[in-house]
Design a protein around this ligand. Structure first.
Ligand SMILES: [Zn+2]
Length: 301
């Protein structure tokens, strides 16, 4: 079904190649809301930036919609995350790169910061290694300057401001999470999206599901996690905005049956931003929200 959807979109894309009505504004199309927000910060409001995936949309399971064709067709440049975050969409981006400017953020991500989830499989949640993620946007800014040379000064200035903010949050976040006693400093979530976050902010990480939400947790995964929680006396688990909380509820119930009370410590943003008006509606806000929520959920009261 997924392949069918990709083929359908590819076909629609190729078949409407000739109707290239030039959009009024230049258009940058990003796969996820996280990338789109970073790009918007850099390019300002003179260039239109759209995200194919809206707030709360899970990128692992995303199937392109027919309306995406219009955006991809009109895009001056397409930017996607990579390391297979976008599942089968990666094939579509590769095909588009044969005739359009397509940038993969993973291509510019510090190779030494990569985390291998399984042999040969790179964990795709690279935006949580906040400093390395924002460093990757330095060459991306240069690529954008190549495309829009008249905006060189503005892009450079905006990028430097964003970089400073992210570096400041990285430093402050690490310090804040140190307030959680070391034995309680463990972050448990639905799917394995927080290893880079753990490295960046100094917190141990565990999850029920693997690095993709398309892998269902098995009974063995639930038992293993429940044993860990009971043994370590973990008091809070965290649900994710873009993932169903059902599996986490099963873990909480199983812990209760073993005589250990654990609760939901709060909601975290993992693979997508939240609604615009919320703190988690921007990349920087998402980092701040997650740090505050983890701190409140795990700190001794
Ligand atoms: Zn994920």
């Amino acid at each position: 079904m997924k392949y069918f959807a990709i083929i359908l979109v590819l076909f629609s894309f190729l078949s409407c190649r000739i109707q290239t009505d030039k959009p009024e504004k230049e258009l940058i199309v990003c796969s996820t809301s996280i990338i789109a927000d970073c790009v918007k910060e850099i390019v300002g409001d003179k260039i239109e930036v759209v995200s194919l995936m809206g707030p709360g949309v899970d990128p692992h399971a995303y199937n392109p919609r027919p309306s995406d064709v219009k955006y991809l067709n009109n895009a001056s440049v397409i930017i996607y995350s990579g390391f297979h975050l976008e599942g089968k969409m990666a094939e579509l981006f590769e095909r588009l790169s044969e005739r359009k400017k397509v940038i993969e953020v993973a291509h510019y991500f510090d190779q030494s910061a990569k985390i291998e989830a399984d042999p040969g499989i790179i964990d795709p949640h690279i935006w949580f290694r906040a400093t390395a993620w924002i460093d990757a946007f330095e060459p991306i800014t240069l690529e954008l300057i190549d495309l829009f040379p008249a905006k060189s000064k503005q892009f450079n200035t905006n990028y430097q401001i964003l970089k400073k903010r992210v570096y400041a949050i990285s430093k402050a976040g690490k310090k804040l999470l140190e307030e959680i006693p070391i034995e309680s400093r463990v972050l448990i979530t639905s799917h394995d999206a927080f290893h880079y976050f753990g490295k960046e902010f100094g917190i141990e990480v565990k999850a029920l599901q693997g690095i993709s939400t398309t892998q269902e947790p098995g009974v063995k995964d639930v038992i293993g996690l429940v044993d860990f929680i009971v043994k370590r006396k973990v008091k809070a688990l965290f649900v994710e905005h873009s993932v169903s909380p059902k599996a986490i509820q099963t873990v909480i119930y199983s812990c209760k049956r073993k005589g250990h009370l654990v609760q939901v410590g709060g909601l975290l943003y993992s693979d997508a931003l939240g609604e615009k008006q919320k703190l988690g509606g921007s990349y920087v806000g998402m980092l701040q929200h997650n740090i505050q929520t983890i701190l409140l959920g795990l700190k001794e009261k």
